[in-house]
Structure formats: C-alpha cells, structure tokens
Design a protein around this ligand. Structure first.
Ligand code: ATP
Length: 414
C-alpha cells in the first residue's frame, strides 16, 4: 500500500502560556511507494516522530491530508488504520512472556474481528518465526537481550498483519554490534513481508544502509528525497551535503572568479558560465587526490585505517578546524615543508550560494540534476515536490543548463 502525505502541517501550541507555537511539520508533500522501506532522516526536533504520529493517528494534522492508497484516512481513528508501530523503548509488558506479548494485540480484536484461539496461536508463531524468536516463546523481556526484545516488539506489530509498519528509532537503545545486526534483521523482515515501512532515525549511516529511499528533513520541511546514493552524490543544498557522509563533507569559504572555483589563491575546479561571487565550496573527503597541485593545506597528521588513510590538514578557509581527506593507504601523502597538495575530483566538488546555501549547478551537473529529478518522478511512482523538481539556482532543463554552463568540461563542479 502506498502512503501519500499532502500538504501536511502540524502546529503545536506553546506548552506554557506566552510560549510561541511550534511548527513541527510544514507543508509536507510525500509519496511513500508500496512495499518500500523509507527512512525519515534529520537532526533532533526536525519533526520525524511527529510525521509518524500523524500517519498512525496519534496526532491530528493542523492542515493537509493523509492517504493510504486511494483512501483518505486523515480523520480515521488510529485503531482502524491497520498500522503496526514499533518504538525505541520496545514497550513490551515485562510480566508477560514473548508469546503473550505477541498475542496481546490479537486478543484485543473485538466483535466479528475476533479470531479463534488456534488462529491467534498460529499467527503469533508465524510472527515469532519471522523475527527468529520462535524458540524463545516462554522467555520474559527481562531474560532477553535488547535486540531480542526489539524483535519481539516487531513481531507484536506484525501479528496484526498491518498494511504499514512504522518504526520510531527502533535501534537507539541497542549497543553498536546489536544495532548492526538488528538493522539487517529489519531489512530482511521488511523484504520478506514486503510491508511498506517508514523508519525514523537520526543516524544517517543506518538510513543509508537499509533504505530504498531517504527523506532528509530540516525544521519540519522536506529538504530532499531519493535513493540514498543519489542524495549523497547530488545534494540540493549545503544542509543536505553536510548532513550526509561520515566523515562529513569539508566546507570552505571560497569564490567563483572568472568561471573558476577558488579557495584563497588556489584554483580547484571550473564553473563555466557562473557569475563571479563568493560561495561555499564543499569537497567530500574522498574527493582529494594527493600529489596534485591545485589545493594547498597545512599538513597535521596521518591516520591509517587499514585499507584507507585519513590525511588531516588545516586551511584558513575551512569552516571546521581540520580538513579530512580519505585516500588509499598506498597513496603518496608526504608533505613538503609542512604543506600537502591535492587535486580535487570534480564529481566530489560542490558549490553553494553563500546566502542561500542552495547548490549552484554547473554544466554537466545541471544536466544531471534534471535527469535525477526526472528519474525520481518516474521510478517507483515517487512524487517529486515542486521545490526539488526545480530548486532555486538549478537549471532544471538541459536547455537552461546549457545557458548557465554551456560547454562545461569534465572539470566543472558537480
Ligand atoms: P528527535 O529525533 O529528537 O526525536 P524529531 O525529529 O522526532 O526529534 P519531533 O519529536 O517530531 O522531532 O518534534 C518536532 C518539534 O515539535 C520539536 O520542536 C518538538 O519540541 C515539538 N513538539 C513535539 N511534540 C510536541 C507537543 N506535544 N507539544 C509541543 N511541541 C511539541
């Protein structure tokens, strides 16, 4: 079942008299495709949980509509929405066994929805098998690991055969190893059941690794959506570029001057057709080629991490105290007189408007931008909000792309 959010807005009144109201979600348009796993991603307080609560009916929208398939469920009570929900803190009953916890929602079915006892037992066992807990049915939550408890919570949500599964930070209470295992389990379960699933996390690595699609939010507003790799490769603004990626993208105060991208006196790329102006320059850590000659920085340290190494350096133009380049550990990273020099891979180099933070696309990238939005609109029936289809500063058609960056060579910033 696909889920459509139309112009969804949630405004909370101030908690105390005199407090300002909080716009938790603002004019949110999104189509969640049938059978996909979609992650809502963004910093704390950006409205992720509010969106889940609106979808399952725990909150009512201030404005806008929610559709499950063709059905407008905006005013349907939560228990009639057919949604399974899993929270961060498992919320299992401590005095009940796994079996009793999983059975619990079925025992609450009333009237003609009530199932025969054998059917309930059968479903509970199937759900437990799915999460690989069928051999622990008589354990109580206190006798299980965090990962097992979370799997029991997922089984309890699945036993109702929901059309939609909502997971709110389901891995936050687990230690690092269990997080990894459990997120792979969630992916497996989602693939096996093919239930449309919305997953909330503030952990981008989690989101990037298991989702079919990510939705990056900031202050209640949708910033960008797409396949994880596409969003990483093609951020629409500085916020998304900085939010995705570990280590984070390196950001420098730079400028476009006479069609060249400059950081200080270093010419690090081409931006043909872009008017001269101050810009923020982003370079992904994997975008540095040591031994090149375009960009100069003060060498600080080398951190070898097996196959790769991190070259740590400093630049007076960097927004962060240090700059990180990730290169192969066999690369020549020897500084000369304390200075290390790099060339920059054009596809890992981005420029953003100084005031707006919006991506400034050049040449080939402008063409790619329109191709990406077309692809998103075509694939999986995803809706592309107007502001993504033609973000400010983007030449959204090949035609206009040619106007801004006509004839850009491979050296243009992406
Ligand atoms: P986190 O990752 O920290 O859980 P989140 O992205 O899930 O954050 P929400 O919990 O959706 O964010 O909150 C969005 C905004 O709405 C926040 O500013 C929060 O303080 C506010 N908010 C949430 N619930 C209420 C409420 N019941 N009353 C007033 N404000 C609220």
């Amino acid at each position: 079942m696909n889920v459509v959010l139309k112009n969804l807005t949630k405004i909370f009144p101030g908690r105390n008299r005199g407090d300002r109201e909080v716009i938790a979600v603002k004019d949110f348009d999104l189509e969640i495709p049938d059978g996909k796993l979609v992650a809502l991603l963004g910093p704390s307080g950006c409205g992720k949980s509010t969106i889940l609560n609106l979808i399952c009916g725990l909150e009512t929208p201030s404005k806008g509509q929610i559709f499950f398939g063709e059905r407008d469920i905006t005013n349907v009570p939560p228990e009639q929405r057919g949604v399974g929900m899993v929270f961060q803190n498992y919320a299992l009953y401590p005095h009940m066994t796994v079996r009793q916890n999983i059975l619990f929602p079925l025992q609450n079915f009333k009237g003609r929805n009530r199932l025969p006892k054998e059917e309930m037992e059968k479903r509970a066992l199937e759900a437990a098998r799915l999460v690989k807990l069928d051999n622990l049915m008589s354990r109580k939550p206190g006798q299980m690991s965090g990962g097992q408890q979370q799997r029991a919570a997922i089984a309890r949500a699945l036993v109702k055969l929901p059309d939609l599964l909502l997971l709110d930070e389901p891995l936050s209470n687990l230690d690092a190893r269990l997080r990894l295992e459990t997120r792979e389990e969630i992916r497996r379960i989602q693939k096996e059941t093919n239930i449309t699933t919305v997953f909330v996390t503030h952990d981008q690595e989690e989101a990037l690794s298991i989702s079919d699609m990510i939705v990056v939010m900031k202050a209640g507003v949708l910033m960008q959506l797409g396949k994880p790799q596409d969003v990483y490769d093609d951020p629409v603004n500085l916020f998304v570029a900085e939010f995705l990626g570990t280590p984070a993208i390196n950001v420098f105060a730079g400028e476009v001057r006479d069609g060249k991208i400059m950081v200080g006196d270093d010419v690090i790329g081409d931006a043909p057709g872009i008017p001269s102006q101050p810009v923020d320059v982003g370079i992904r850590p994997e975008g540095f080629i040591p031994g090149g000659s375009s960009m100069h920085m003060r060498f600080k340290a080398l951190e070898v991490m097996g196959r790769d190494m991190s070259i740590v350096s400093e630049s007076g133009f960097s927004k962060a105290p240090t700059v990180r380049a990730i290169v192969s550990s066999s690369a020549d990273a020897a500084p000369r007189d304390g200075v290390i020099t790099f060339d920059i891979k054009p596809e890992k180099l981005y420029i953003f408007g100084k005031e707006t933070g919006e991506r400034i696309y050049t040449g080939r990238a402008a063409r790619q931008a329109s191709a990406v939005t077309d692809k998103l609109a075509d694939s999986d029936g995803l809706a592309v909000p107007d502001d993504l289809a033609a973000p400010d500063g983007i030449a959204a058609s090949a035609d206009s792309a040619d106007k801004v960056g006509g004839g850009a060579g491979e050296g243009g910033a992406q």
